[in-house]
Structures are given as C-alpha cells and as structure tokens.
Write a protein that binds this ligand. Sequence first.
Ligand SMILES: Nc1ncnc2c1ncn2[C@@H]1O[C@H](COP(=O)(O)OP(=O)(O)O)[C@@H](O)[C@H]1O
Ligand SMILES: C[C@@](O)(CCOP(=O)(O)OP(=O)(O)O)CC(=O)O
Length: 212
Amino acid sequence: MEDRVSGPKLVLVFTGKRKSGKDYVTDLIQNRLGTDVCCVLRLSGPLKHQYAQEHGLDLEQLLGPGLYKEQYRADMIQWGETRRRQDPGFFCRLATRGAWQPVWVVSDARRLSDLQWFWSEFPQQTQSVRVQSSEKTRKQRGWSFSTGVDDAESECGLDSGVEFDWIITNEADAPSLEEQLQPILKLAEVVTLNTEGFSLQQRLMGDSHLTL
Ligand SMILES: Nc1ncnc2c1ncn2[C@@H]1O[C@H](COP(=O)(O)OP(=O)(O)O)[C@@H](O)[C@H]1O
Ligand SMILES: C[C@@](O)(CCOP(=O)(O)OP(=O)(O)O)CC(=O)O
C-alpha cells in the first residue's frame, strides 16, 4: 500500500460537460490500472455529503446517476459556490483526504480554482484531461439544457482559457477510447514503474482489453 505521506505519482484531473462521459472514461482508466494503483476521486462527493446532511436529503440518491440529483443541482451549485468563495480548495482537500494510491483520477473539475488547487499542490504530477462530446451525443445520453446549470460556471468555467494536457473525444465516430487513452495509461505505467511497475505492466499488457 502506498503511503499517503509520499503523495501521488500522477494526478489526472478530468473536466468536461454533463454527459460527456467523465465517469465512463475515468471508470475505464481505473478498471485498467486496478484499484490498488488508481483511485477515482470526485470533488462532488464531499459536497453532496455535506449538502445532504444540511438539507436532510438522501445521499445515495444524490450520488447516483438518476433524476433525483437533477432536482437539487442548481441549488447545490449555489451552495457549493458559497463554500468555494470562502475557501477555493475546500472540496479538493476533502476529496483527496486519505487517498493512498499512486495514481489519482479526479473525475469532475469544473472551475479554474479546482485545477489551480491541484497545480499548486501537485505541480509535477498534475495533468489536465478534457472529455468532449457533441451536444447531439450528450442528448442521446439523456442531457437537456437547463438554465442556471448549463450556462453557469459549474458547466462553463473551463470552456476556454486552459490548454489541456489531453483531450479525449468520446464519440462513436472518434478513434476508440482504447486508442485515445493509450498514452495516458502508458504515462501511469512509467510513473509507477519503481513501486508498482511490474504488476501494472503485466495488467496493461495482458488480456484485459478495454471493452468499448
Ligand atoms: N463511450 C461510451 N459508450 C457507451 N456509453 C457511454 C460512453 N460514454 C458515456 N456513456 C454513457 O453515457 C452516460 C453519461 O456518461 P457519464 O460518464 O455519466 O457522463 P458525465 O460523468 O460526464 O456526466 C452514462 O450512462 C454512460 O454510461
Ligand atoms: C453541485 C455539483 O457538484 C453537482 C455535480 O454532480 P455530478 O458530479 O454527479 O455531476 P455530473 O457527473 O456532471 O452529472 C456541481 C458543482 O458545480 O459543484
């Protein structure tokens, strides 16, 4: 087990609009690397936890993919923004607390302040990744435009002004995710080589092809 004191070897910070496939892609990466090497951290986790407590809501449903969270999304955004204004790193600190794996995958950066926190805490290790899909594809996955959500910083805060290290196009007619993720998986392999390298290398070279 990696000691948290030594910190992560690679921090992949994912961003992308609703239904672009952030959870899908980050789950694929974790499946491929294994839970002993890679953890998926959600900034919205501690946010939903505290919001549910303060408002007497069902946390499991807020964390789930269904319509329940959508009823509260606009208000959660406002609530979270109040917290972030007081302390921009508040949710980043909570989400990363206790993470011990060498590769951290942060699935949901939404604002420049989220990215800045990781750049400042882990300048050598942080890589930003944008997942992009067309509106047509996102609609097929259940997205529809919602005022106060899709026109707010939560969805648009990273639309411009950041040069992402990696861009993943999550579309049926794009190169396969396996192909697009190859260099990122390779990077994870290289940075973890000293401690976890052998088993990870075996896994990446083995028969566990991504099923897309
Ligand atoms: N490449 C893909 N192939 C099949 N289903 C996908 C793909 N990408 C996303 N999905 C599906 O689309 C929906 C939205 O994806 P999700 O990862 O939850 O998006 P986000 O986290 O960006 O809101 C989910 O049901 C997910 O399983
Ligand atoms: C209040 C939020 O944290 C809600 C995020 O919920 P999810 O992370 O479940 O969102 P999607 O995966 O895009 O559907 C947004 C924010 O602005 O912090």
